[in-house]
Design a protein around this ligand. Structure first.
Ligand code: FPP
Length: 328
């Protein structure tokens, strides 16, 4: 069968720490104004990607100006949800990003917690699934968003957790993986969401870790990169979705980490900093976070440790007293 993959240059690219810091600090300023304005519809998540990435490689130092928290407040809606930017509609994904950024800033207690809890819990349906917003699209990624968001606020008991877990279980496939809805094909990103949600709920006993670990390990291609499904090209973001899932399942040693490290390093922009989806493409904050986060899971250089379940610095997760389940 034809295997899609990329060819890496023989010479391994050198680690560009200072350039990555510069890339993340300058995103949204003149240098990236066009990209930044084109990303308005996902700005809240963009801030979470950029600030988390910077935290990891800048010794936990991120800009703490009131401007960031003011931006979060400007995206708050009366229903308790957050939009990606002022004037846009609220959505569960941006609500999670708003909570994550507030936790990074150590200001989560200043959020209107009861309103957020009410917004999230109203998005749960009778079968335990969650919709992303009032328009009703169901997806397991929203199950993760709901569980992550509420647990960060110590409010996991405010939803029907047993039903939320039943719905995730109903999305499990014969290959051990999970899809977006019952019967949908297994997908690396959605496996992270389901395994992550079960890790938060302490219900990894529901996962067939060996079968799923095998499926996840099969995602590594000869270039060392990971894809999200069979027949797809490798992409740096799957270095996170797939590799963090293997970490949660205690099976990270089932892939070749040196080869994965090489693939991620080959996807750096050695001129302007940042990481792209694969070598030679344009860098962006999304792939920069997931490239750095995967390198963190491999204890690369001085990158601070990341929590594989929440994709947030371990120090923040411990400050909040959270202990997501990890299999050994
Ligand atoms: C790939 O999507 C990625 C996913 C499906 C996972 C998305 C995860 C969340 C929204 C939860 C929040 C995540 C964090 C880290 C806090 P895609 O549509 O790009 O898939 P494709 O590669 O098949 O196109």
């Amino acid at each position: 069968m034809l295997q899609k993959d990329v060819k890496l240059d023989k010479t391994c690219k050198t680690w560009q720490l200072e350039k990555h810091i510069d890339f993340l600090q300058s995103f949204g300023k003149e240098r990236h104004q066009y990209e930044s304005s084109m990303m308005e519809f996902l700005r809240m998540s963009g801030m979470y990607w950029g600030l988390t990435a910077l935290y990891l490689i800048n010794d936990g130092n991120i800009p703490k100006e009131d401007e960031i928290f003011e931006f979060i407040k400007s995206c708050e809606h009366s229903c308790g949800g957050y939009s990606p930017a002022p004037g846009h509609d609220p959505h569960l994904l941006y609500t999670l990003s708003a909570v994550q950024i507030s936790c990074l800033l150590n200001r989560e207690l200043e959020l209107p917690i009861e309103k957020i809890v009410s917004y999230v819990s109203k998005l749960q349906k009778d079968d335990g699934s969650f919709t992303g917003d009032k328009w009703g699209e169901v997806d397991t990624r929203y199950s993760f968003c709901a569980l992550a968001c509420l647990s960060l606020l110590s409010k996991l008991n405010e939803i029907d957790l047993a039903k939320a877990i039943d719905f995730i279980k109903s999305c499990q496939n014969f290959d051990g993986g999970f899809g977006s809805r019952p019967g949908a094909e297994s997908h690396g990103g959605l496996i992270y969401c389901c395994v992550g949600a079960l890790s938060i709920a302490g219900r990894l006993d529901l996962v067939d870790a060996d079968t799923l670990g095998w499926w996840l390990a099969e995602r590594q291609l000869p270039s060392g990169g990971l894809n999200g499904r069979p027949e797809k090209l490798p992409d740096v973001c799957y270095s996170w979705w797939v590799f963090s899932s293997l970490n949660i399942l205690g099976r990270d040693h089932w892939i070749d980490k040196d080869e994965l490290k090489n693939f991620i390093l080959a996807s750096q922009d050695t001129e302007g900093g940042g990481f792209s989806d694969r070598p030679g493409d344009e860098p962006d904050p999304f792939h920069t976070l997931f490239g750095l986060a995967a390198l963190s899971l491999m204890s690369y250089d001085k990158i601070l440790p990341i929590d594989p379940t929440y994709c947030m610095p371990k120090s923040v997760i411990s400050r909040l007293g959270l202990k997501p389940q990890i299999l050994s």
